[in-house]
Design a protein around this ligand. Sequence first.
Ligand SMILES: C[S@@+](CC[C@H](N)C(=O)[O-])C[C@H]1O[C@@H](n2cnc3c(N)ncnc32)[C@H](O)[C@@H]1O
Length: 214
Amino acid sequence: MTRSLEPEVMDSPDIPAALLEQFHKDLHRIHGLLGTYRTIERFLRADPLPVRRVLDIGCGGGDLLLYLRRRMGVGVIGIDPKPAIVPGLEIATGNAITADLPKADVAVCTMLGHHLTPEENIALIRNVARSSRRFLILDLIRHPLPLTLFTAFLCPLIGREAGADGRQSIRRSFTPTEYLDLAQTAIAGIPGATVQIDVAPLRSRQVLDLRFPA
Ligand SMILES: C[S@@+](CC[C@H](N)C(=O)[O-])C[C@H]1O[C@@H](n2cnc3c(N)ncnc32)[C@H](O)[C@@H]1O
């Protein structure tokens, strides 16, 4: 499959607030079915160093931050250009590629990478390396198998717009080879930096695990 560059409804600068909120609810549902939050928790718990503060980049509705705070007792903060207002949760408004990011032990981001170009992904990784010692990137995989499974089993459970955006997200995503390649380009000039990739069964998601030793 060739990578599609068609934008998603969610990317529209004029998206009505109610529709954006519905998207975040549908995404939360999808994450529950795919086990996204549990996957991030597993990676964090396996960290050999203490994890006291987690930054979620492109945190959307903030549900991953709430989950991690509840499950792990960590401090949490998010950044998003269109932040949700969640009582008791600190979310900065901004573009994580260019912003001066809050310090954290680990930065995470879920379902953001496919919205960005390869060059923006490289710039994001380099920016995160300035403020966190580890960066976990979880995203979809461009492949006919997850596209077929998403259409058959998840689309009927979520809103029409989120279903269409989800299918487009898979078409826009990177293959593991492409993502690993661009991550290696990003860290090439960072002393001691490493990257590993983990691909789930049925290619339902990939996790890039980047480390930037001090
Ligand atoms: C598909 S949503 C994913 C939301 C959430 N991470 C999740 O998995 O449910 C992508 C999010 O990334 C945010 N985003 C897009 N470009 C961004 C950027 N340059 N820096 C930070 N966040 C960005 C969007 O506003 C949106 O909330």
